[in-house]
Structures are given as C-alpha cells and as structure tokens.
Ligand binder design. Sequence first.
Ligand SMILES: *[C@@H]1O[C@H](CO)[C@@H](O)[C@H](O)[C@H]1NC(C)=O
Ligand SMILES: *[C@@H]1O[C@H](CO)[C@@H](O)[C@H](O)[C@H]1NC(C)=O
Ligand SMILES: *[C@@H]1O[C@H](CO)[C@@H](O)[C@H](O)[C@H]1NC(C)=O
Ligand SMILES: *[C@@H]1O[C@H](CO)[C@@H](O)[C@H](O)[C@H]1NC(C)=O
Ligand SMILES: *[C@@H]1O[C@H](CO)[C@@H](O)[C@H](O)[C@H]1NC(C)=O
Ligand SMILES: *[C@@H]1O[C@H](CO)[C@@H](O)[C@H](O)[C@H]1NC(C)=O
Length: 359
Amino acid sequence: MGNLKVLAMFLLLLVSIAKAHPGAVFDVHKYGAKDDGKSDISKALCSAFKEACACPTPSKVLIPKGTFMLAQVSLEGPYKAAVTIVVRGTLKALTDPKKMKVDGSWVTFQRIDQLTLSGGGTFHSQGPKAWDTCGLKTYCKQLPIVSCNNLTFQRFTISAPEHSINTDGIHIGRSNEINITDSNITTGDDCVSIGDGSQQITITKVTCGPGHGISVGSLGKYKNEEPIIGVTVRNCTFFNTMNGVRIKTWPNSFRGSILDMHFEDIIMNNVSSPVIIDQVYCPHNKCNAKLPSLVRISNVSFKNIRGTSSNPVAMKLACSRGIPCQGVEIADIDIGYTGKEACAAVSECNTDCDFNCKI
Ligand SMILES: *[C@@H]1O[C@H](CO)[C@@H](O)[C@H](O)[C@H]1NC(C)=O
Ligand SMILES: *[C@@H]1O[C@H](CO)[C@@H](O)[C@H](O)[C@H]1NC(C)=O
Ligand SMILES: *[C@@H]1O[C@H](CO)[C@@H](O)[C@H](O)[C@H]1NC(C)=O
Ligand SMILES: *[C@@H]1O[C@H](CO)[C@@H](O)[C@H](O)[C@H]1NC(C)=O
Ligand SMILES: *[C@@H]1O[C@H](CO)[C@@H](O)[C@H](O)[C@H]1NC(C)=O
Ligand SMILES: *[C@@H]1O[C@H](CO)[C@@H](O)[C@H](O)[C@H]1NC(C)=O
C-alpha cells in the first residue's frame, strides 16, 4: 500500500510515464470544473476521483488542457482498479493563506496502491506567495512528508528560482525503492534530499542546478532515526550548484547509520563543493562540534566524477572522529578549479578515513 503525499512548492511538469489504460475516463469538466482561471475545481476533482475509485476496471481521471485553480485536496484510496490521473492542463494553487490548512500540503495522495500520474501538464504552486509567507515564519512549520514504496519519477521537471528558501526539489523519507530518472531540477535548496528511513533509492540521468545538490541526510539530530540504506546516484549532471553529492550528519549526535552509498559517472559544472562527506554538519553553529557524530557511514563509493569546482576544495571528507567512515572507495575523480588562481582543485580529508585521498 503506497502512501504518498505530494506538495508542490514549485512548478512541476509531468510528462506521460505509462501506457494508457483502457477503460473509463472521468473528465473533471463533467463534474463542473471550469478552466476560467478563477473557479476552484477541488470539488469536481474529488468527485471525478471518487467515481474512478469505485470503478471495477482501470480508469482515468482527466484534467484537460486549460488553466484550473485548485485548493488543497487529498485524494484518498483505496480503489477497486488502478487509476491514472492525466494532467494535461495547468493546476494553479490558491494564493490566499486563509484558505489553506497549515500542514504545508497542496495535493496529497494517500492510501493508494498503483497510482500513475501522467499527461505532461503542470502543477503551479504559485511559489513566491509561499516563500513570502515562509519568510514571515508563520506558515511552514511542517514540511511535506513523502512516504511511499516502489515509486518512479520519470521525465519530471521541477523548477523554482535559486533564491527561493527551503525548496527541496524532491524530499524522500521512510520510503523504499524510489527511482528518479530523466529529470531536470532547478531549485533553491537540495535538488533531491534523502532523509531517514530511505532504502533503495536510485537517481539516474538527473540534471541539478541551480540548487544545493543531491544530499543524503542529515542524520543524527533526532533520536530513533531509521538508517538510510542503498542510494545510487549515477549518470547525473550538476550546474552551478552549492554542493554536488553530499552525505551529512550532525556532530554530538544520536546514533544512526548510513550504508551503501554509490555515486558514479557524474559531471560537475562549476560546483562549489562537488564531493562531500560532512559529519560535522551544523548549519547555524548551534551544536557542540567537539563531540563526534555517532552516525556510522559505511560502504560509500565515489567513482568517475569529472568537471569543475568553483572552490579550490573539490572533495572534502570529514568523517566522524568517534566512528570513522568504513569502506570508502574513491576512483577516477577529475575535477578542475574554475577560480582565478592558477591552482588545481585539492581534496581535504581527516585522518580517520581508511583510504588515501588523491585527485
Ligand atoms: C513495483 O511496481 C511495478 C510496476 O507497478 C511492479 O511491476 C513491481 O512488481 C513492483 N515491485 C514491488 C517490489 O512491489
Ligand atoms: C528502480 O531502479 C532499480 C535499479 O535500476 C530497478 O531494479 C527497480 O525495478 C526500479 N524500480 C522502479 C519502481 O522502477
Ligand atoms: C532536461 O533538460 C534537457 C536539456 O535542456 C532537455 O533536453 C530535456 O528534454 C529536459 N528533460 C525534461 C524532462 O524536460
Ligand atoms: C550518461 O549516459 C549517457 C549514455 O550512456 C552518456 O551519453 C552521458 O554522457 C552520460 N552522462 C554522464 C553525466 O555520465
Ligand atoms: C561559478 O560559480 C560561482 C560561485 O557559485 C559564481 O559566482 C560564478 O558566476 C559561476 N560561474 C559561471 C561561469 O557560471
Ligand atoms: C560493505 O561491502 C563489503 C564488500 O562489498 C561487504 O563485504 C560488507 O558486508 C559491506 N558492509 C556492510 C555493513 O554491509
């Protein structure tokens, strides 16, 4: 049973990802939706979805071309046979915060097994309004939760401006077997962030940037976090991002573990910190960095990573002094420095790592 909550704080472009199912089509127009750019279609969408759920054979909910306003909705299963939601038009979020619940969600899918979302349409969250409200700190206490199994994002575009605060492209947590492929992410925070309880995450053919890169963690700040196991990032390209591929854990932390992380065939273009393990991650300097992180990092590989760094330190491996990283493998790193000084990129690593750093 998948439990998927999607919040689009940004613009999502979805392109068809699956073969069409035969069977009934529930067009939101038939349920009173108007694409006049004013009327909220949430009731129409829920009615269409409800009928699709009751349908004994695979069916589709169709949002045709046009621009539709959509308030917060929760589309909940179970349903009798697979449902495909085909978004051809643009769905725009309402911008009046009074009409929104404070849980930070916009479109939520829950208790659904076998969902396909396709059609090449757009989820337009009217992000700047949310960033303004977030700026006021009244509104964004709860981040969206994504918890699901066996989910693929394919030919997906996520775009938010570089200056938008806290706009992770895709955040994954407590989820198994998530694939992200053939997708472009530009945003103000992590392109993909992988939190506790994530397992078997595969990211291929993704371009990231601007943004903060692809991050595993941070772990260690909270008690009882589940391990992160099995992350592969392959054949990806970064443009002008703050970080490239990164694993981060807090110092003075709770126990935790990060296992089986593989980063390979990656191109960095003018990335500030292309390769990092940071076990003294402490963004606002409000922690005791003298006490080591107790998150164990093991079986990590960085292979065939090429390109340029905008910072002379291309690779930084700061493992925990308490629990040294184990099984870190580094091969074929070729990263040049784009800065003015005529110096090649260097690497920094603390002595606890059981490998030799060499670029
Ligand atoms: C994942 O989903 C695919 C496509 O729906 C299905 O064929 C496969 O069996 C699923 N795998 C698991 C482990 O559920
Ligand atoms: C995700 O990718 C892995 C590795 O390529 C593959 O084995 C798995 O079936 C894929 N899962 C889905 C849901 O597409
Ligand atoms: C991602 O960007 C590349 C290069 O601009 C483009 O060729 C590709 O079609 C884009 N992918 C998607 C899913 O939009
Ligand atoms: C990704 O794979 C394709 C096909 O093998 C290759 O042409 C491309 O250069 C690769 N990109 C990176 C970043 O490795
Ligand atoms: C490279 O990155 C630096 C720092 O992020 C930025 O100031 C500079 O404009 C970038 N250069 C190019 C050519 O994009
Ligand atoms: C790490 O990888 C090695 C070699 O592939 C394997 O023998 C070992 O069991 C792995 N460690 C863990 C903790 O999985």
